[in-house]
Design a protein around this ligand. Structure first.
Ligand code: 4AD
Ligand code: MG
Length: 453
């Protein structure tokens, strides 16, 4: 049976007979033996193998080039070399898959941009191996956070007929031939359908039955933003809590972000080291800072005042009633408060129909959690639970209540105050790894103009 290199390297004792398999990272030959560094992607570290000339399979050693796949059998022994506990003394080696000289990952130090062009091979690099192991762990921690708190995981649909955010940035799903493309009634669902931008509306129906729920799945936005923080396909975590107001919502969002940061510090299994070394020297320091301190909280109105008084020249204008741009969000967190900041109570005009109207009649109970280096990582709100106010809001947003009859019904039958938010999974991952571009934390990124792989 083959052993995973991660398991082998964390062994407490020497092992007389172990078999590993992986890809050759480097090889050095001398007359009497060869050194091979093998990596199988289960951890950052390589296993060093010493293969003496003459062991079975040694005749193929010179074809064990960087990138070739091999199987090694041998003894795990304490390593005399510095910086590693174990090495393997091979008793046999086997070349499984050869690699030609044009293998693109020959040497280290490729640019991230180059690696995006070979997204099918980049998981074999140290950096992307670490990123995607972190992504897997982070997903697990998210489930752990909610499951430990008695939240029920709900699978909301990916194909939907409603535009949750009302921004009209949806990918259409259709089986109509080109010449009938506008005939919605003849389409597969007898109406126009899209890929979902958010599972929130369906999530709300489940919160109004199971109290505390969360969704965690892919969402899609056809927004033409070619930035380092936007993808057309990304994953979102959307909890929804019944009998909860905006303050409770902010508490939960901040607790989740902090929890994920703390887990990253405690359970990264050595992968954080490579982000610190090659991506962001201050990463650990920043994560420790975030884990140990309360987030700042400020109303939108206060934030606009601070931005106006900042004396900074921004590319986009700062005015009450306009959206905060990422440069504004970053100024608040990086330069002014110097920590994650939750901005709440936004003007109703710039927010979707479902947010609860405040008593001032001007603002809604929206909140965004902003973090240094990225800007918005969470967007959420308390939902409008009052039937009459919701209906008025829908009319105001040019939505027809008949299309959302099931959503409106929640306000008819035992309506409750409830609140929730969406955490962008990739943005959280960017924050935890220091990676600056969303394309580098998604296995196969979909962005405007790019749908390769
Ligand atoms: O602020 P958003 O649009 O909120 C919603 O979709 C609500 N329905 C959530 C809710 O209340 N249940 O998106 C939530 C988060 C953002 O804060 C951001 O982190 C991420 O999703 N996000 C994106 N991430 C990557 N690429 C994009 N194009 C994103 N758009 C939003
Ligand atoms: Mg938002």
């Amino acid at each position: 049976m083959r052993s995973l290199i991660k398991r082998v390297l964390s062994s407490e004792v020497e092992m007389a007979d172990v078999t590993v398999a992986g890809w050759v990272r480097t090889r050095r030959d001398s007359k009497a033996f060869s050194f091979l560094e093998i990596n199988d992607g289960t951890c950052l570290a390589n296993l060093q193998v010493v293969a003496d000339a003459g062991i079975p399979g040694y005749e193929d050693v010179e074809r064990m080039l960087t990138g070739a796949s091999v199987e090694i059998r041998g003894r795990l022994i304490a390593s005399p070399a510095q910086g590693q506990k174990w090495e393997m003394q091979a008793t046999s080696v086997r070349l499984i898959g050869e690699v030609p000289q044009d293998y693109p990952l020959q040497k280290k130090g490729h640019s991230l941009e180059f690696l995006r062009g070979i997204s099918h091979l980049r998981p074999r690099t140290n950096l992307h191996g670490a990123v995607f192991r972190m992504r897997s762990r982070m997903a697990y921690w998210i489930h752990q956070f909610f499951q430990e708190r008695d939240f029920t995981y709900v699978h909301t649909p990916i194909i939907t007929a409603s535009d949750c955010e009302g921004a009209g940035e949806m990918f259409r799903v259709t089986t109509l031939p080109d010449d009938k493309i506008a005939k919605d009634a003849e389409d597969f669902f007898n109406k126009r359908a899209y890929l979902t931008v958010s599972g929130q509306l369906e999530g709300e129906t489940f919160a109004c039955a199971l109290s505390n729920i969360y969704t965690f799945g892919p969402t899609f936005r056809a927004e033409n933003s070619n930035t380092s923080r936007h993808a057309a396909e990304f994953w979102m975590i959307e909890p929804e809590v019944a009998f909860c107001d905006l303050a409770g919502d902010m508490d939960l969002a901040e607790a989740l972000v902090k929890y994920l940061v703390q887990q990253t510090l405690d359970k990264n299994e050595g992968d954080l080291a490579i982000f610190e070394k090659f991506v962001d020297k201050e990463l650990r320091q920043r994560l420790e800072f975030v884990a140990s301190r309360a987030f700042e909280r400020v109303t939108y109105t206060e934030a606009v005042e601070l931005l106006k008084k900042s004396g900074k020249t921004f590319q986009y204008p700062v005015e009450y009633g306009l959206n905060l741009q990422s440069e504004h969000e970053r100024w608040l967190t990086e330069e002014y408060f110097k920590k994650p900041t939750t901005v709440f109570n936004y003007p109703k005009e710039i927010k979707p129909f479902y947010m609860r109207l405040n008593d001032d009649g001007k603002t809604v109970t929206a909140m965004d959690v902003l973090v240094p280096g990225i800007g918005e990582i969470v967007g959420g709100s308390q939902r409008e639970e009052r039937l009459d106010v919701l209906l008025a809001n829908m009319v105001h947003h040019n939505l027809s209540p008949e299309d959302y009859w099931w959503y409106v019904d929640l306000r008819r039958y035992g309506s409750v105050p409830h609140a929730g938010f969406g955490l962008g999974f990739e943005r959280m991952l960017m924050f935890a790894t220091g990676m600056a571009n969303i394309r580098d934390v998604i296995p196969f990124a979909r962005t405007p103009g790019t749908c390769e792989f």
